[in-house]
Ligand binder design. Structure first.
Ligand SMILES: Cc1cc2nc3c(=O)[nH]c(=O)nc-3n(C[C@H](O)[C@H](O)[C@H](O)COP(=O)(O)OP(=O)(O)OC[C@H]3O[C@@H](n4cnc5c(N)ncnc54)[C@H](O)[C@@H]3O)c2cc1C
Length: 485
């Protein structure tokens, strides 16, 4: 029987995989708090469902206030104080942020969404905000107490999130040194945030993704009035610890980040941060689902012994543990590479393109692994797994969202294919993998990728999934030798 002990704690699992844990005492305290208090709060929030919006105050003034369960703030503000966001910019490293996210999302995968989108607001502001904009807004996002501001990243509109070039209709027109934005954002996580980065189309810009720019949009206008309006909140299957809404922009004050004709690069940089976060969260969720399955299998008996002791289940735990280690290695490689390139601006280095490929592989594979593991963990519970009071069904609901937002698995495959074709990123990846473990399978996968690239477009896309899947699995397995514990 494989040693399954590291499954019992996110920090122990991190320790078993990584040579270096930043701030180990603080992370241990974080884990302890979640075990003793956070878990109960998170369960209540998940069960109580969507918060609601109070649109008008008693005098009839439009306020769009989100009414959260009070405990929501206890969970949320704790992570901000601990430094999930501020540490990245103060310590100039993303490693602590993603280690924190791993630890927290083992207990509540949804709550890492607000942290991720706040990071996705702070980083482009720090990189591309003007000398006037940065001191005006950045310190609030990096505060270390409960007065910290939150960020949000709003791109998707009603016509779709995959094809942003065609779907984003929000228009931006110049008004002095600011811009006025008008349009509707259909999926807006962390609605109510004090600041958002918003994809919009400046007047006169070309069609498609090249015509998109990224704007910073505060919740309140300069005159103190509401700058965006929350139409409603979505009633979602999971990530209930974050309000996702629909937002209307009506001549909303916005501030351009970077150059108007380079917006698509900034949008992709924001997505880089969130796709890597998604990968880390997916692995933590899979570990949590496995632990729930383990604790159940240790107690439940059938055919005269604990179900864990039956050969079929023993084998499944062993294989899934190896899968978890491989998924972690892939996710952490994406973290490591992003940490090298996150401050780059276009034109990017070769390493940046290698990162992009690894990030697509990681987002795709870890989310698929999380969904599969969550389903399996329910099965280990038998019929009880379908009952809300046993809690394990939550991981499947949460995992389904991880596979869709920040770009579906289809998008990861096709965007991964693009960076392979345009930047030859697979050659850099195969070179790296060969240094870890040269082998026959590596050569075979390489020629499969090269073979795919020679096909006509439709056939190439139709066949891309099986090649991408194999590449993701191989990369994950080989990399797990780099994070051996
Ligand atoms: C809970 C939640 C919160 C969200 N929060 C935010 C947020 O804060 N900000 C934000 O901007 N967005 C947010 N989103 C939106 C999310 O990013 C999109 O749902 C996602 O990108 C997919 O877009 P779509 O839902 O419009 O699907 P569509 O783009 O309409 O796609 C529908 C289906 O077609 C597939 N498809 C599309 N193109 C192709 C192709 N070329 N080849 C093959 N298949 C294709 C897709 O993969 C998908 O399966 C959120 C989504 C959810 C579920």
């Amino acid at each position: 029987m494989a040693n399954l002990e590291a499954l019992r704690s996110p920090l122990e699992f991190l320790r078993s995989r990584l040579a270096d844990i930043s701030h180990p005492e603080l992370l241990a305290a974080e884990q302890e708090w979640w075990k003793t208090e956070g878990v109960k709060i998170s369960e209540v929030i998940d069960r109580s469902g969507t918060p609601w919006v109070r649109m008008f105050d008693r005098s009839g003034k439009r306020v769009d206030e989100i009414l959260y369960p009070r405990e929501y703030w206890t969970i949320l503000k704790r992570g901000y104080r601990s430094g999930v966001v501020w540490r990245a910019l103060e310590e100039k490293s993303l490693i602590p942020t993603y280690q924190w996210m791993y630890t927290i999302s083992f207990y509540d995968p949804g709550v890492c969404c607000p942290y991720t989108v706040s990071l996705g607001t702070a980083v482009p502001l720090a990189k591309y905000g003007s000398a006037e904009l940065q001191p005006r807004f950045l310190p609030q996002l990096l505060r270390k107490d409960d007065s910290v501001w939150q960020g949000a990243t709003w791109m998707t509109e009603i016509e779709g999130g995959s094809d942003l070039g065609a779907a984003v209709k929000t228009a931006a027109r110049r008004a002095g040194d600011a811009w006025l934005l008008t349009g509707e954002k259909y999926f807006t996580s962390n609605a109510g945030a004090e600041l958002a980065v918003v994809a919009a189309r400046p007047e006169g810009s070309p069609p498609g993704v090249r015509g998109l720019a990224l704007f910073l949009v505060p919740r309140y206008r300069k005159d103190g009035g509401l700058n965006y309006f929350i139409r409603r909140l979505k009633d979602k299957i999971a990530t209930r610890s974050v309000p996702t809404g629909e937002v209307e922009l009506r001549d909303s004050e916005g501030y351009l980040l970077g150059a108007a004709d380079a917006g698509i690069y900034l949008i992709l940089e924001v997505l880089n941060l969130s796709r890597v976060a998604n990968s880390v969260v997916s692995v933590a969720l899979a570990q949590r689902a496995m632990l729930d399955a383990l604790e159940y299998a240790e107690c439940r008996s059938a055919f005269g012994k604990k179900i864990l002791e039956h050969a079929l289940l023993t084998k499944q735990f062993e294989e899934r543990l190896n899968g978890l280690k491989a998924a972690f290695a892939l996710a952490w490689e994406a973290v490591r590479l992003l940490n090298d390139v996150w401050m780059e601006k276009p034109p990017y280095s070769e390493r940046y393109h290698l990162f992009r490929l690894v990030a697509h592989l990681a987002k795709y594979w870890t989310a698929e692994f999380a969904v599969d593991t969550a389903k399996w963990a329910m099965e280990v519970h038998g019929g009880l797994g379908t009952l809300a009071e046993f809690g394990v069904e939550r991981w499947l609901r949460e995992a389904m969202i991880l596979a869709i937002w920040e770009g579906t698995s289809h998008r990861q495959i096709l965007d991964g294919l693009e960076v392979i074709e345009r930047k030859q990123a697979h050659k850099m990846l195969f070179k790296e993998l060969a240094e870890i473990a040269p082998g026959k399978e590596l050569k075979e996968t390489e020629s499969e990728v090269e073979g795919l690239l020679k096909l006509p477009t439709d056939e190439k896309e139709a066949r891309a999934e099986s090649v991408f899947r194999r590449l993701a699995m191989l990369t994950a397995e080989e990399l797990s030798q780099r994070y051996p514990g």
